[in-house]
Design a protein around this ligand. Structure first.
Ligand code: PLP
Length: 376
């Protein structure tokens, strides 16, 4: 008989609420600001603007995906255009390209940050132009919180005059050369989904240094209402604004963001110290000038079989882990679109595993996880 008592479930990445979220939400109820506007929305936007710095303007939205959709539309992406997109990512980076009737062109990753390869990106741009169509935008992603090669990507963006949508959904709190992620693209994007480093249960934000872009984003996110006492519309809008209730959660979460980054980085440190001496496990180091929030700690194993063995052993002990993102160019919905690949992301998907990385994990939880992995 199995005498092992089933231990507590350890999740991959749980919400972690601080002290003041309830207070802000209660204020919204007490003052009847139960609407997709109000003091919490303004306060949340202001706190993100202060955090990102560099005179950024922020629009709080219903999701990160909505933010990417608006970013692409503001950059003029429309029916029949091509958009370059990092292949190694979550589908939320790529789906908005489809909403606009544009064609995604997927770009593989380089090995130092696991993000969009500058070499393949430039190759793709040259090739797309040669085929008769200059891509309208680049969607680059700071995956798992590790910044992409910002310098190289910006140089390519400037050289070919193609704007960047910076998908920073997983990288709030990360920075490159001391400058916060979210501020590098022509438009930047954050997500506050329940599994992200901070959460509003669901939500997102658009970041820009261009005041007109923020105005345009809010216009589009509130059904594109023209100036008039009645409802007047001369373009198609969306219902994408963040609720004042959820923004209250966000205000509280911003107050603990630095602690959450610290906790996640400490998780990484613990895993690294415990597991890096195992010859079959490796980690993604931070290159010089790169600072990751370590949203999720990822390990690489020698093979698909080894990775599955670890994943299933953890699952048996009620511990959730997850393979790395399956590249978009290998997804059934996207595999027919052009892709510039060298198999880097396909290999990462085969061999990589995300370990539980919540900021509320205890030392005991982490020990439990590393002991199982060591025993394999
Ligand atoms: C979570 C995520 C998104 C989408 O954000 P939502 O708020 O869930 O819509 C986009 N890109 C990446 C890389 C993400 O991890």
């Amino acid at each position: 008989m199995d005498t092992v008592i089933k231990k507590n479930k350890i999740w991959l990445s749980s919400p972690h609420i601080g002290m003041n979220e309830e207070k802000y939400v209660k204020e919204a109820f007490d003052t009847n600001w139960v609407a997709p506007l109000g003091p919490n929305v303004d306060g949340f936007e202001k706190s993100i603007e202060n955090y990102v710095g560099l005179n950024s303007y922020v629009a709080a939205l219903s999701s990160g995906t909505a933010a990417i959709h608006l970013a692409l539309q503001i950059l003029g992406v429309s029916n029949g255009d091509e958009v370059l997109c990092q292949s190694f990512t979550f589908c939320g980076s790529a789906n908005p390209i489809m909403y606009l009737g544009a064609t995604p062109v997927f770009i593989d990753s380089e090995k130092e940050t696991w993000n969009i390869s500058p070499i393949l990106l430039e190759e793709a741009i040259i090739d797309r132009i040669k085929r008769g169509k200059k891509p309208k935008a680049i969607v680059a992603v700071h995956l798992y919180g590790m910044p992409y090669k910002v310098n190289e990507i910006q140089k390519i963006s400037e050289k070919y005059q193609i704007p960047v949508v910076e998908d920073s959904a997983e990288a709030l709190g990360s920075d490159y050369k001391g400058i916060k992620c979210g501020s590098f693209g022509d438009l930047g994007v954050f997500s506050f989904n329940g599994n992200k480093i901070i959460t509003t249960s669901g939500g997102g934000a658009l970041v820009t240094k261009n005041k007109e872009f923020k105005k345009k984003a809010i216009f589009l996110a509130t059904q594109a209402r023209d100036q008039a006492p009645h409802y007047l519309h001369s373009s198609v809008g969306y219902n994408y604004r963040m609720s004042n209730i959820l923004a209250g959660i966000g205000r509280g979460q911003m107050e603990v963001l630095d602690e959450r980054v610290k906790a996640r980085r400490n998780n990484y440190k613990f895993y690294f110290q415990e597991l890096n001496n195992l010859s079959e496990i490796s980690f993604l180091d931070e290159p010089l000038d790169f600072y990751s929030n370590r949203w999720l700690t990822c390990i690489l194993t020698p093979s698909f079989e080894k990775r599955e063995k670890i994943r299933l052993s953890l699952l048996k002990q009620n511990i959730e882990s997850r393979p790395l993102w399956k590249p978009m160019h290998q997804q059934p919905i996207f595999e027919k679109y052009p892709a510039y690949t060298d198999d880097t992301s396909a290999d990462l998907f085969e061999r990589g595993l995300c370990l539980p990385s919540g900021s509320d994990l205890t030392h005991e939880d982490l020990k439990r996880i590393t002991n199982i992995i060591k025993s394999i």
